[in-house]
Design a protein. Structure first.
Length: 204
């Protein structure tokens, strides 16, 4: 069932409740319904806020890609973001988007800031290595301390976004990374139970 269908199914829920509990007194039924309605509405409000946040993020990315912040870009970004989320939930996912791929907003913000800083730091470092002729590369195997599939994908993407490192393969929480010969942040740590700073950020 998609999020749009679940959002408006309160009436069917209350109908089924009357059939499941026929011996409740009227007052008890109303009390139970009120409590469940508060929980139901609270969960839906949380989902709506999450979707508004995702639409805002996607719209901001759309504006960046268009290199303009006019009314046309903002409106088209909101519409396309809504369509993309609805299409993904209805056709591509087996369950609700927020339930399958939920990441705390604070974690995403810290992840974004950390990756941007590392892109610039690694970029200048890579330029120095190339100028000095120290451009030999190697392939390392890294076993992440993270087990969550989505967070491992975010880690792999961050490694690829950072100049001087590219994730070339992923199997579970094990990554193969192409990097400079002198690169030591991840190293060959298969079986090690050590988390990098980025992994600590992703774990929240």
């Amino acid at each position: 069932m998609t999020w749009t269908k679940r959002l408006f199914s309160w009436e069917s829920y209350t109908s089924s409740l009357r059939y499941e509990f026929p011996y409740f007194t009227r007052k008890a039924k109303m009390t139970l319904l009120c409590k469940n309605q508060k929980v139901y509405l609270g969960e839906n409000m949380k989902k709506i806020l999450n979707y508004l946040l995702m639409i805002s993020v996607f719209t901001a990315l759309w504006i960046v890609l268009n290199e303009k912040a006019g009314l046309q870009q903002i409106v088209s970004g909101i519409i396309l973001s809504f369509i993309a989320l609805a299409f993904t939930n209805y056709y591509l996912l087996l369950d609700d988007y927020q339930e399958l791929y939920y990441v705390k907003t604070s974690v995403l913000l810290n992840y974004f800031m950390y990756v941007v800083i590392q892109i610039y730091k690694s970029g200048f470092s890579s330029i120095g290595k190339i100028i000095k002729g120290d451009h030999e590369v190697k392939i390392i195997e890294y076993e992440s301390c993270i087990d969550d599939e989505l967070l491992v994908c975010l880690l792999a993407n961050a490694i690829t976004l950072t100049p001087g490192t590219v994730t070339i393969d992923k199997s579970g929480n094990k990554l193969k990374i192409l990097c400079f010969e002198t690169y030591e942040e991840y190293g060959n740590t298969v079986g090690a139970n050590v988390c990098t700073q980025l992994e600590e950020i992703l774990k929240g």
